[in-house]
Structure formats: structure tokens, C-alpha cells
Design a protein. Structure first.
Length: 283
């Protein structure tokens, strides 16, 4: 078996394990079971996984469970005890402890006082905090991406496939920018039908065989809001842009898609330190 064939084999196994993790977050995710899905011994599989993704399988599972939990705390009225159970924690106390260590406060308090509340209107109907928005001229940009259908909070599944495949095929390059393109309005389209694409910047000569597809970001003016904090807060930031910034700006929207650029990596920094630039296209 030559090197290229071996990596093609690892690529399919990476994709299979990543999909299994995302689809079974509310179940026991035993590391031995994941190695079985990869059809490799746990001794070798854990090392391959870490070499590709830069974190252990256990770290991935913990990060994804807490990411989903934060989204449910912010976006639903589910009891924290139910969210803890869905997140694979044996009791509420352990969930509270782990969540606080990552998000800076226990989940019940996060629901009331987390960073997403900065976008909530005050009694006079206006958001208490103002956010800096800059107008930028963006050049037309070529992308390579993996399509995702479902909740925008779950686009990480497509990013896992994107980066695993890039590294397995030897296509990862320094300086590739991480970009999410969002095609539907989550206030109108059911979560299960939302379409998005997990992307990196590429070049026309970069191979784009499945699961990759080519996309392009239109050039032109964009309003850019730099958001600091968990991805669970992003929906509130979009609402603020549309409801408060846009009417006051005097600008008109361009019939083009919005996109997000992720300036750091959730594997490297805590959720409270994540930096995301939201790009709103302007006429």
C-alpha cells in the first residue's frame, strides 16, 4: 500500500468517526468504541486522530458536548438538568463544574448573565451595549468547502470533515482562512433544513473532489462586526445587526450571502476568547 492509498483509507475513517461523534453526543462515547469504528487499534488510532486534529478524542467529545450545551442554554428553555443529561454527564454537579471551568460561570447563571445577554434589549427596547462595526472593501475570494444541512450550531461537523480531509490529502496550507458561509435565515427556515458551508480560502488550482465543493465570496462593501465570545451568542449578534445597526446606518443590503471568518480556533482558546468577524454585504 503506497502512502497516498494509506491516507485515503485514513481519510474515510476520520470522516466516519467524526460523523459518529457528532451524531451520538448524548450517548456513551467510549474511546475503544470509536477505535472500533475506525477499524484500528486504539493504540494507533488515538495517535493518528491527534496528529490530524491537534487534540485527543476525549477533548473533542468534551468540547462538542459543551458547545451544544451552551447553544441549548442560550436558545432553549430546557432545564439545565436535562441539558446535563443530554451532554453525557452523570449528574448536575459534575456538569456545573465542567461548564464553569470552560465558560466562566455555571450554566444556570450563564443563561441569565452570559455574554449573549449583551445583545438583549433594555426596558426602553434598545440594546444596552453598542458594538463596533466597520465598513470594509472585500476582494472576491475563492473558497473550498464542505456543505452542511442542519442547525448552524452543528456546522462544526462539516469543519471536522473539511480539515480532516485537507490534512489527509496533504492539501492544508499555512494562511488558509477559516470561513463559514450561511445561506438561509434561521428565523424563517427550520433548523433541520438550514444550509451552510464550512470553508477555507483556496485557489482555483486546489483540487476539489468530493466532499469538497468550490464557492466564491462576492467582492464589495461589507459591514463587519467583530464578535468575541461563544458561538452560541452569534444569533443574537445577527439580530442586533439587522434590528439596530442597519436602520441607523443608512445603508442598503446587497443580495448576497453573509459569512463569518473565524480568527482563532476553538481547539486552542476557551469559548469566551473566540473571535469571529460577521460580514454583512452592502449595496
Amino acid at each position: 500500500m503506497n502512502g497516498e492509498t494509506a491516507w485515503a483509507l485514513y481519510e474515510s475513517r476520520l470522516r466516519r468517526v467524526s460523523a459518529y461523534i457528532h451524531d451520538h453526543l448524548d450517548q456513551e462515547l467510549d474511546m475503544e468504541r470509536l477505535a472500533e469504528i475506525a477499524c484500528l487499534s486504539s493504540y494507533h488510532w488515538h495517535r493518528i486522530y491527534r496528529a490530524i486534529y491537534g487534540e485527543t478524542l476525549a477533548a473533542t467529545v468534551k468540547r462538542l458536548r459543551l458547545h451544544r450545551a451552551a447553544g441549548e442554554i442560550v436558545g432553549t428553555e430546557l432545564a439545565v438538568s436535562e441539558i446535563a443529561k443530554r451532554s453525557g454527564y452523570p449528574n448536575l454537579q459534575s456538569f456545573n463544574r465542567i461548564f464553569k471551568s470552560v465558560y466562566g460561570m455555571p450554566p444556570a447563571r450563564y443563561r441569565k448573565e452570559g455574554s449573549h445577554t449583551a445583545f438583549e434589549p433594555s426596558p426602553n427596547g434598545k440594546t444596552q451595549k453598542m458594538f463596533d462595526v466597520t465598513i470594509r472593501e472585500i476582494a472576491r475570494t475563492e473558497l473550498i468547502g464542505v456543505a452542511h444541512t442542519g442547525s448552524y450550531m452543528q456546522i462544526g461537523k462539516a469543519f471536522e470533515t473539511l480539515f480532516g480531509t485537507l490534512y489527509a490529502r496533504g492539501l492544508a496550507r499555512p494562511g488558509m482562512r477559516m470561513i463559514g458561509v450561511y445561506l438561509d435565515d434561521p428565523d424563517i427556515v427550520p433548523a433541520a433544513q438550514l444550509r451552510s458551508i464550512a470553508c477555507v480560502t483556496g485557489t482555483p488550482d486546489l483540487p476539489a473532489e468530493a466532499p469538497f465543493e468550490r464557492r466564491t465570496i462576492d467582492g464589495g462593501n461589507y459591514a463587519v462586526l467583530c464578535h468575541k465570545g461563544p458561538y452560541a451568542d452569534m444569533h443574537k449578534a445577527y439580530q442586533w445587526l439587522y434590528a439596530e445597526w442597519l436602520p441607523k446606518s443608512g445603508r442598503q443590503l446587497k443580495d448576497s450571502v453573509m459569512f463569518e471568518e473565524y480568527l482563532n480556533n476553538p481547539r486552542d482558546v476557551p469559548p469566551t476568547e473566540l473571535l469571529t468577524e460577521i460580514h454583512m454585504p452592502l449595496a
